[in-house]
Every structure is written in C-alpha cells, then in structure tokens.
Design a protein around this ligand. Structure first.
Ligand SMILES: O=C(O)c1ccccc1N[C@@H]1O[C@H](COP(=O)(O)O)[C@@H](O)[C@H]1O
Length: 208
C-alpha cells in the first residue's frame, strides 16, 4: 500500500481528516513558510495523532537546538530536513530522518547518495520558500536512481488528479502533498480525503 504524507497542517480538523482518511505521516512546518506553526501549537495538534500515524517535523537549515526542542516537545517520529543540511549534521543529530532534495536536474538526484537517512524525498524547487511551491518536477529524472524504491517519497505539485500517474511512473514508497490539498490557501478536508483515496486506489489497481 502506498504511504501518504499530508504536510503543513495547522488546524485540528485537518489533522483529524488526514488521520481518518489513512495518512501514514502528518507534517508540521517549522521552517519559514505560510504554513509555519510554533512548537507549542504542533504539540497541541500532535495529541490528536494516534501512534500508528507518524509525526514529522519539517525544518530548513535548523540549529541542533531547534530540532532537539521540537522532537522533545512534539514527540516527533521523523525529522524532515528540507534545506542544504549536510549528511554529517543529520547523522550527528541521530533522529529518524527524511532528507529532501530539490530537483532541477540529474545532478540534484545524485546528491542523495551522499546521505544515509531513512527516506529520500524528491521535490520541485521552492519559489517563495524552500519547498511547498505546488510545482511538479520532471519525474523521469528519478529513473536511474540507485536508491531502493522503498526509501523514496515523491513530492512536488501532487494532487488527486496527477498522483495516480506519479505512482505508476515512479513507484515510490510514499507521496507527500501540501498545496494540492488546499483551497483558497487553506487545507481542505475534502481534498485531503480525495488525495489519499486517489493515491491508494492507484496502488491497488497496479497490484491487481
Ligand atoms: O510547504 C511549505 O511551505 C514548505 C516550506 C519550506 C520547505 C518545505 C515546504 N513544504 C514541503 O514541500 C513539499 C510539497 O509541497 P507541494 O505539495 O508542492 O506544496 C513537501 O515535502 C512539504 O513538506
């Protein structure tokens, strides 16, 4: 079954929708972003996340102290590094980790081999911020990837219309979405549900 991360949640109702619709990971944004929330707010929202759903904190070039504080206060299961953090920094912190790579060309895909992390997340380059632009990158750049597919999370401009094609083409372990489950700049419970259904439907039809 394909895994789904719903990222940038700020409201209780949307955390509940993501959990009830079958998300694997819930993402809280701690980096500069229109989706940024405080550690205290994330700790309140995290109470609504049952143990089988994993809590991810998203950071862009954080200090060690920022990461440690959020992991402790929110009870994060994974730290997502969405900036230019090096492999040594991530290893030193030692938390279960997701490293994001902004893909402009194949040289960006190759950077992944320098890291030893739990999941490798491939995203389109950011526009206003380091990610969450709602743009799609060229998925064919992942064709020659040497990393096992069961360690890959695909992100960047996914929505319920294109997620099926994305899964069919890339066969990732998981897909990640933020903009594609928003309307008028806010998360939308109906879109969250439709996205998760579309992602899981595609996976079952590939297996049939
Ligand atoms: O969502 C943001 O605002 C953001 C800001 C800074 C770094 C990462 C950010 N989001 C990540 O972007 C992708 C998906 O984005 P989208 O679906 O294209 O909007 C996902 O990995 C988010 O964690």
């Amino acid at each position: 079954m394909v895994n789904v991360k719903i990222c940038g949640l700020k409201e209780e109702i949307h955390v509940q929708s993501a959990v009830e619709s079958g998300a694997t990971w819930i993402g809280f944004m701690f980096a500069p972003s229109k989706r940024r929330i405080s550690v205290e707010r994330a700790a309140d929202l995290a109470i609504l996340v049952p143990p089988h759903v994993k809590r991810v904190g998203v950071f862009v070039n954080p200090t060690e102290q920022e990461v440690r504080e959020a992991v402790e206060k929110v009870g994060l299961d994974y730290v997502q590094y969405h900036g230019t953090e090096d492999a040594e920094f991530i290893k030193k912190l030692g938390y279960p980790s997701i490293k994001a790579f902004s893909i402009r060309g194949y040289e960006d895909v190759e950077k992944a081999s320098k890291y030893d992390v739990d999941y490798y997340l491939f995203d389109a380059p950011g526009t206003d911020y380091s990610g969450g632009s709602g743009n799609v990158f060229d998925w064919s750049l992942l064709e020659q990837l040497s990393i096992s597919k069961d360690r890959i999370i695909l992100a960047g401009g996914l929505n319920s219309e294109n997620v099926g094609r994305a899964i069919e083409q890339v066969c990732p372990f998981g897909v990640d979405v933020s903009s594609g489950v928003e309307s008028n700049g806010q998360k939308d419970s109906k879109l969250i549900k439709e996205f998760i259904l579309a992602a899981k439907k595609e996976h079952s039809s590939l297996k049939a």
